[in-house]
Write a protein that binds this ligand. Structure first.
Ligand SMILES: O=P(O)(O)OC[C@H]1O[C@H](OP(=O)(O)OP(=O)(O)O)[C@H](O)[C@@H]1O
Ligand SMILES: Nc1ncnc2[nH]cnc12
Length: 178
């Protein structure tokens, strides 16, 4: 559980942009966090505390999932694996398709980077509907590893993303929730 002090600092720093990228969406812009190295360090400490001693590798989701995910993995002294959007990684790859509000998408990892039996943390900056993270978890499981944790900087509770993740029986953490 993040301290109230950290939550308040983040709430004051993260910008809410109305109607971006489409009408009706309240976009949470995290880019201002990176202007404040001390705050960034506190965020990493908070996310690392959740996973310390519990995972063998971190999988981060392109692209904002890399901004915190790599620092988490380095602090935990475990490998970091990139989950990328379709067509960015060279073969051999393993992929997973998923549905979006309109149309569909696909995410990929390089074959062999996730090892059978590894305890995996899936990290992303933000949990909205949960579609992206659910596909990431399926992709990890397909490779014989176990998803033991999900972490996010931000959870958007009205979109009920956590419900999609319950079936994986993994711990779920977000530093702050809107
Ligand atoms: O829970 P969901 O409804 O699936 O949405 C959450 C995803 O959406 C955002 O990524 P986006 O696709 O905008 O890409 P980006 O990280 O490259 O900005 C965010 O970083 C999550 O990955
Ligand atoms: N409301 C939101 N703000 C920022 N990133 C998002 N990704 C999905 N929904 C988002």
């Amino acid at each position: 559980m993040a301290s109230q002090e950290l939550i308040s600092k983040l709430e004051a720093t993260i910008e809410n942009i109305a109607d971006f990228p489409i009408p009706g969406i309240q976009f949470k812009d995290i880019s201002s966090i990176f202007l404040d190295p001390k705050l960034y360090e506190e965020v990493i400490e908070d996310l690392v505390k959740f996973s310390k001693g519990k995972v063998d590798a971190v999988c981060g989701i392109e692209s904002r999932g890399y901004l915190f995910g790599i620092a988490i993995a380095v602090a935990l002294e475990v490998p970091f694996i990139l989950i990328r959007k379709k067509g960015k990684l060279p073969p051999p790859i393993i992929s997973e398709k998923y549905d979006l509000e309109y149309g569909s998408a696909e995410i990929e990892t390089r074959e062999g980077q996730i090892k059978k039996g590894q305890r995996i943390l899936i990290h992303d900056d933000l949990l909205a509907t949960g579609g992206t993270t659910e596909a990431a978890a399926k992709l990890v499981k397909k490779q014989g590893a176990e998803v033991v944790q999900f972490s996010f900087l931000i959870g958007l509770k009205d979109l009920k993303g956590e419900e999609k993740l319950k079936k994986f029986n993994a711990e779920i953490y977000h530093t702050l929730e809107y």
